[in-house]
Design a binder for this molecule. Structure first.
Ligand code: THU
Length: 137
């Protein structure tokens, strides 16, 4: 799949964001090894702290549907700057994705200006229990 297409999926996911408190839309599109794409958006809450980020929404949706192996992640947001994932999401991604995972980020109306970094660059020296994704129970 073209990364431009995965970014487009992320931008479409951002349109589903529930963000009445921040008014900041985030969408994520996670490409599984078998080619399926799992989308997520941020889902906010009146308690603020229970908000779920787009990246974790996408990952949890994929895992809940039996997918644990991924080849790329795209993230798009309504902000002006590329939406690099928060620390919590980086740690959760590491549970299922290796350091080579490409992470594409772009403002949703400037997908042509996307930047790409690896998960390993975003979270060096990550804490893991040394389970490969295939070994995870
Ligand atoms: N947000 C994400 O969806 N992903 C991130 O990596 C960082 C932040 C959301 C959470 C909240 O709804 C809004 O952005 C403002 O923090």
């Amino acid at each position: 799949m073209e990364m431009r297409e995965l970014l487009r999926e992320a931008a479409e996911a951002a349109s589903q964001a529930y963000c009445p408190y921040s008014n900041y839309r985030v969408g994520a599109a996670l490409l599984a090894t078998d080619g399926r794409v799992f989308r997520g958006c941020n889902v906010e809450n009146a308690s603020y702290g229970l908000t779920n980020c787009a990246e974790r929404t996408a990952l949890f949706a994929a895992v809940a549907q039996g997918h644990r192996s991924f080849t790329a992640l795209a993230i798009a947001s309504s902000g002006d700057e590329p939406p690099f994932p928060c620390g919590a999401c980086r740690q959760v991604l590491v549970e299922f994705c290796g350091p080579a995972l490409p992470v594409w980020v772009a403002a949703h109306d400037r997908l042509d200006d996307a930047e790409c970094v690896t998960l390993g660059e975003l979270l060096p020296h990550a804490f893991t229990m040394n389970n490969s994704p295939e070994d995870n129970q």
